[in-house]
Write a protein that binds this ligand. Structure first.
Ligand code: PMP
Length: 304
């Protein structure tokens, strides 16, 4: 990874010094919470997309675990800006992380300190350039999502991503680019690191929080942009597995995945098996906004 400085517990440290002890609580029990945001290259310099919303989600993710992040929003913002400036990055991915460190080892975090770190690094398209234009092949995973009654699925918790890893790797082992994960009820939830949208008869459908999904910031962005374009968006739709195959169009959204068309599910072609027209329109609008080819939604940007 092309990074030489990491911010850790209030200080800028060299890459090789950003270390933790092997008895760190989060290593054993998955008790970390994190974020993933993007900073885009624009004519006005690097611009972080929807940073306050990512911070909101970070602090909210800490709540169910009674984790106190010892740093203010302003400190985390300044640290992130400084990392981008110091490393002269024009665009990057931003990874804030907070976790229970080491004090004593037991499931109860007891007096374990909360450690906090931020790393930024250049990162291209998550599922490949070709994916954005031509779409990806996905499979419905044999793994189900945790139910939101078992673990807060709206908190971006490190431990939850064991499920994402299993689903994603199962898909790749079978020759697919990514997975779709069903919830405990067997309805469509999301991808391992993406939310999902379905297009049918010119309208958009996306599962809601009660379907055990993460409340994606790109999801919210796409809902906003699609409505502005005049589309009806059914936020909170229950989507059965079979509806995936008969959809006119399907696409994933995420800070990493951006807006990625899905061309086949379990080898069944979606629409005509290429990026659909509504997906393309929304994707174009999304990139026009995030790369600042329009003045709209200036409120979504923070400039380091
Ligand atoms: N669902 C999961 C499980 C994720 O990990 C992500 C990525 N953070 C998303 C959805 C998309 O969320 P966002 O658009 O905020 O990146």
């Amino acid at each position: 990874m092309d990074v030489d400085t990491i911010w850790m517990d209030g200080e800028f440290v060299d890459w090789e010094d950003a270390q933790i002890h092997v008895l760190t609580h989060a290593m054993h029990y998955g008790t970390g919470i994190f974020e993933g945001a993007r900073c885009y290259e624009t004519e006005d310099g690097p611009a972080i997309f929807r940073w306050p919303e990512h911070l909101d989600r970070l602090y909210n993710s800490a709540k169910p675990y009674e984790m106190e992040i010892d740093h203010t929003r302003e400190e985390l913002t300044e640290a992130t800006m400084e990392l981008i400036r110091r490393q002269d990055l024009t665009s990057c991915y931003i990874r804030p992380l907070a976790f229970y460190g080491y004090e004593s080892l037991g499931v109860s975090p007891g007096d374990c300190p909360t450690r906090t770190a931020i790393a930024v690094w250049p990162w291209g398209t998550y599922l490949g350039e070709d994916a954005l234009e031509n779409g990806i092949d996905v499979m419905v995973s044999s793994w189900r999502k945790h139910a939101s009654s078992q673990i807060p699925t709206n908190a971006k918790t490190t431990g939850l991503y064991v499920n994402s890893m299993l689903a994603g790797e199962e898909a790749r082992r079978n020759g697919y680019a990514e997975a779709i994960v069903l919830n405990k009820e067997g309805n469509v939830a999301e991808g391992p690191g993406e939310n999902i949208f379905l297009v049918r008869d010119g309208e958009l459908y996306t599962p809601g929080l009660a379907e055990s999904i993460l409340d994606g910031i790109t999801r919210d962005t796409v809902i906003t942009l699609a409505r502005e374009l005049g589309y009806t968006v059914h936020d909170g739709a229950t989507i059965s597995r079979g509806e995936l195959h008969t959809a006119d169009e399907l696409f994933f959204t995420g800070s990493a995945a951006e807006v990625t068309p899905i061309k086949r599910v379990d080898n069944v072609e979606i629409g005509d098996g290429s990026r659909g027209p509504i997906t393309e329109e929304i994707q174009t609008r999304f990139f026009d906004v995030v790369e600042r080819r329009t003045d709209d939604h200036e409120e979504w940007f923070t400039y380091p």
